[in-house]
Design a protein around this ligand. Structure first.
Ligand code: ADP
Ligand code: ZN
Ligand code: ZN
Length: 806
């Protein structure tokens, strides 16, 4: 028997499988989806078996698989094929894609054991089983063969044993921050392991299972190669008890549920304003699927996986549900995965990677808040959960449901073009209209002599809520006290020595921090350039806003919620519960507070500085800004009380502000899609961004230029822009140049596919390729017709081509 194996070496030749002989004692046990150890060159590597066959075209003598790592296939055919699709569409390696799909616990060495499962073992077995449980790694091939044969007869059980950890609530994780800072061979080995593992890993596991000493880890930490992060794990007892309250579906909800056909593949976009009751629709659909004996996956952004939501789903679906959030320890995560794999649960709710849940018979896939950027994986393979969902839904012939109050422009486009089914929920379940927002021009405020971060309108509104015992939320798009520290005499700004950004002042700790690399230093009292003591804090962070509120209403209780105040996960819950129990009057926070929170007593939402969100140099910055402001406005007036929203801005005439204040998504969409069309941006081109970085600025630039020139040689219609300096040009001492490619031809796509593997062997240069938007699998054949009535024409050409090339 011959196995086709994908070896986990990332270089340009190995994005394909290699043939290996299967030794006879493994023939029975080995299956597609197993990981195996194989000799590769002079080294021993891990590989995935992706195929089994009897012949090979390879005519030299084949090498043999050394042994198997798993005792059951981790991935079935669906995932093996899916990995190929992911690698191919995201400029990544097959091996990387395969690894992404297995729980990280299994990337750690674990014990494989055998136990006797018979009253009357053969003599051979008696000979082997001197103890009740034996370690497979200690057995010779002959004995292994006996074990595997007896396993087929049911006389032996195989099992994997991951070491159990002490039940502590604080878990230490190791994070790689600088792979160059090692001083010993062991240190380098650990760093290489961390690169491969590509995730936070529990320190305990490194020590007990991988055999690294505490010294090695401590030295690496001292040298700045790794960081040890403590996370508190929420105790089970803290979970909120929730009763399974079942509202009757209202007419819109009922219509939505009725319209969705669970019997076939199709994509539905539910465009429902905040508070329109999308969650109940999701639950109904899941229940319908389950009643038909099928499985369901629902993705929610990590940030919305609140105890509230978790409890709601658990109340309804009891033990039939697995919830995968990042607070699970590696082992707990693995146990959940195993329950899913074994078919013990049929519903999976989780963040991005839950899309790989090994459910076998999907009846529905739901993606809530489908516009969220967190559904896009930032590391290789840079997949988009929506693409995977679509792939799986089509394969399982079930519907894909996308839900949002502010859909991605590209998805809304598809819905309007008829590619998706559009379902609209225009009213809130409480029957109240969305509060119209009032826009305050901060330039005018300054003219009136108001230098506070709170406009007169917002200040008065806050006072009124305080008097009426109602609560307010103030939203701000940044952390810290002020954004930067500037000398008033010479204009010098205190910057991070490793990054091209200014440091942020944090008053509680009296430090200046870099929000990109974590660098921190004590606050300055004198300008380091000119010696002046006229230091000024510019901008306003959550801390400063909280202070301004207390200046306004000294008795008001203010809670801050941002990444700084919630370093431990319990902090988030505590703050959340305090506010919910009305122990505080004002909640000041960053992005963290925009989603999902449902506080009935909140009647005022203030967006302190809307401009920050508008000015990012990303093609989709405007839609992100629209979404942020809309979501945070949606926190007001969710129950019986009326809500009020105040937006402070220096750009009151910006089309995002003008449309979002009336919650007029359609007008925003129309303006936005016109811009996209004019600039050939998604959904009108397949946009790919190539980032080239290096510690050597010239090297990075030259390589970027090479790539641009090579792409320009082959393109006709496609546009190649750049190289341009990255938004944060220098980050952690590394310089980055970006190239944007608006792909309209296959040949350009093919050329880009060669770049990433090629640069694996080029020293000192790092390449990162991100697909921002992909229309269809690999068809760019036709030229796009950008006329006002191009809709129907284009789609016809499109389907024609897809049909004939299928
Ligand atoms: P969305 O996700 O669309 O913003 P939610 O699903 O969070 O909205 O629902 C908003 C609120 O409306 C929740 O408090 C929910 O319990 C309530 N709700 C949902 N459906 C109904 C209904 N049919 N009747 C009454 N209340 C409902
Ligand atoms: Zn920095
Ligand atoms: Zn100065």
């Amino acid at each position: 028997m011959i196995a086709e194996v994908i070896v986990d070496i990332l270089n340009k030749q190995v994005n394909r499988s290699f043939d290996y002989l299967v030794p006879s004692h493994l023939e029975r046990i080995i299956k597609v989806g197993f990981r195996v150890n194989v000799p590769f060159g002079k080294t021993k590597r891990v590989g995935f078996v992706v195929g089994l066959k009897n012949d090979t075209e390879y005519n030299k003598s084949l090498r043999s698989i050394s042994d198997v790592i798993d005792i059951y296939p981790l991935l079935n055919e669906e995932f093996i094929e899916l990995a190929k699709y992911i690698a191919n569409n995201n400029f990544s390696f097959y091996a990387t894609a395969l690894e992404t799909m297995i729980p990280s616990a299994l990337k750690i060495k674990y014990k494989k054991v055998a136990r006797l499962n018979t009253e009357n073992p053969s003599d051979e077995l008696k000979e082997i089983f001197k103890r009740k449980e034996i370690n497979l790694d200690s057995l010779s091939d002959d004995k292994l063969k006996i074990i595997y044969d007896e396993k087929e007869l049911g006389n032996v059980i195989l099992d994997t044993v991951l070491k159990k950890k002490k039940d502590s609530n604080i878990v230490k994780y190791v994070k790689l921050i600088d792979e160059t800072k090692y001083t010993s061979k062991k240190g380098l080995e650990l760093i290489n392991y961390l690169i491969e593992f590509d995730d936070l890993i529990e320190m305990d596991l490194l020590i007990s299972d991988m055999g690294y000493s505490k010294d090695v880890i401590n030295t690496l930490e001292k040298n700045g190669a790794i960081k040890i992060i403590e996370k508190e794990i929420i105790k089970a007892s803290k979970e909120i008890e929730y009763k399974d309250i079942r509202h009757e579906l209202n007419n819109y909800q009922q219509k939505a549920v009725d319209e969705i056909d669970l019997a076939s593949f199709d994509t539905y976009l539910i465009h429902g304003i905040t508070g329109s009751g999308k969650t109940l629709i999701y639950m109904e659909l899941i229940e319908k699927a389950i009643n038909e004996g099928k499985d369901a996956i629902m993705l929610v952004p990590e940030i919305s996986l609140t105890p509230q939501i978790t409890a709601l789903f658990k109340a309804r679906f009891k033990s039939n549900i697995a919830i995968l959030h990042s607070r699970l320890k590696t082992l707990e995560r693995y146990n959940e995965w195993k329950r899913i794999y074994n078919g013990e649960v049929h519903i999976v709710v989780g963040a991005r990677s839950a899309i790989f849940a090994p459910l076998k018979n999907l009846g529905v896939i739901i993606i809530d808040e489908e516009h969220e950027a967190s559904y896009n994986q930032m590391n290789n393979p840079k997949y988009k959960a929506i693409d995977i969902a679509s792939y799986r839904a089509e394969l399982h012939n079930c519907p894909l449901i996308l839900g949002s109050a502010t859909p991605r422009i590209s998805d809304y486009f598809k819905a309007l073009e008829g590619e998706y089914n559009l379902i609209t929920l225009p009213v809130r379940t409480n029957g109240k209209p969305l509060p119209k927002a009032k826009v305050v021009d901060m330039k005018e405020e300054l003219k009136k002599g108001n230098k506070s971060v709170l406009s007169y309108d917002l200040a008065n509104a806050l006072k009124k809520r305080y008097k009426d015992h109602e609560q307010s939320i103030l939203f701000l798009n940044r952390r810290g006290y002020s954004s930067f520290v500037m000398c008033r005499s010479c204009g010098e700004v205190v910057k991070c020595p490793h990054c091209d950004v200014s440091l942020t002042y944090h008053s509680r700790t009296q430090t200046l921090k870099c929000h990109y690399c974590g660098f921190q230093r004590p606050n300055v009292s004198k300008c380091e350039a000119c010696g002046s003591d006229k230091i000024r804090f510019v901008g306003s962070g959550t801390e400063k806003i909280a202070e301004a509120v207390n200046l306004l209403i000294p008795e008001a209780k203010v809670i801050r919620l941002d990444l700084d105040t919630t370093s431990k996960l319990d902090d988030y819950e505590d703050a959340f519960n305090k506010f919910k129990n009305k122990e505080a009057d004002v909640l000041v926070g960053t992005q963290m507070i925009t989603k999902g929170l449902d506080f009935e007593n909140v009647t005022l939402v203030g967006v302190v500085n809307a401009d920050l969100a508008l000015n990012y140099p990303l093609f989709d910055a405007t839609e992100v800004a629209y979404d942020l402001i809309e979501q945070v406005s949606g926190r007001a007036g969710r129950s019986k009380l009326d809500g009020e929203v105040i937006i402070q801005t220096y750009n009151p005439n910006h089309y995002v502000i003008e449309t979002v204040k009336n919650h007029d998504f359609d007008s925003f969409y129309n303006l936005e899609i016109r811009n996209r069309r004019l600039s050939n941006l998604p959904p009108f081109s397949n946009l790919v961004e190539i980032s080239v970085s290096s510690k050597d600025c010239n090297l990075a630039y030259n390589e970027a230029l090479n790539i641009v020139n090579n792409l320009k040689k082959v393109k006709k219609e496609s546009q190649v822009l750049g190289p341009a300096e990255d938004f944060i040009f220098k980050k952690n001492d590394i310089f980055t140049f970006n190239i944007q490619v608006k792909i309209l031809e296959d040949i350009v796509e093919d050329k880009i596919k060669e770049i990433y593997p090629y640069y694996q062997s080029v020293k000192d240069v790092n390449i990162s390729i991100t697909r921002k938007w992909l229309y269809e699998n690999s068809i760019y054949g036709n030229t796009w017709i950008f006329s006002s009535n191009f809709k129907s024409i284009k789609w016809k050409i499109w389907s024609y081509i897809s049909y004939f090339s299928a």
